[in-house]
Design a protein around this ligand. Structure first.
Ligand SMILES: [Zn+2]
Length: 129
């Protein structure tokens, strides 16, 4: 286990909106709810979990921007091109904006099959075959 990612914790502007989005997406990826409390929720897959926590009101004024210093994106294995295609169409059905649409699904390069999109706080998310 040494060195493997243990968990990621992300602060979000609106926990309910993030729960709606990430609960669905992580469910598609095989995660399930691990813990849930008033200000947060965690989803687990195997031994890695991802936590979402409501930002306190006093910190809401400083917004996240993925082009500034800090986290730019999270990338998940999709397992296959078929899964990437399937999740892309589900994202579209949900009204989620697909990034780099003109290059999709090769925005990561000619030998790299992936979909890029934004979470409710405009953090970039990637799912690659
Ligand atoms: Zn990436």
């Amino acid at each position: 286990m040494k060195g493997k990612l243990h968990h990621i914790e992300i602060y979000v502007k609106d926990l309910n909106v993030s729960k709606e989005f990430w609960g669905w997406l992580l469910g598609e990826l095989g995660y399930s709810v691990s813990q849930q409390w008033e200000q947060g929720i965690s989803y687990i897959f195997d031994k890695t979990y991802i936590v979402f926590v409501q930002v306190e009101k006093k910190h809401l004024d400083v917004s996240y921007h993925r082009c500034k210093a800090g986290l730019n994106h999270l990338a998940f294995h999709g397992g296959s091109r078929a899964f990437v295609d399937d999740i892309t169409s589900k994202l579209r059905d949900r009204g989620v904006k697909i990034l780099y649409e003109d290059q999709h699904p090769y925005a990561g390069g000619p030998d790299y099959y992936a979909v890029f999109f934004e979470d409710p706080d405009r953090m970039k998310v990637e799912i690659t075959a």
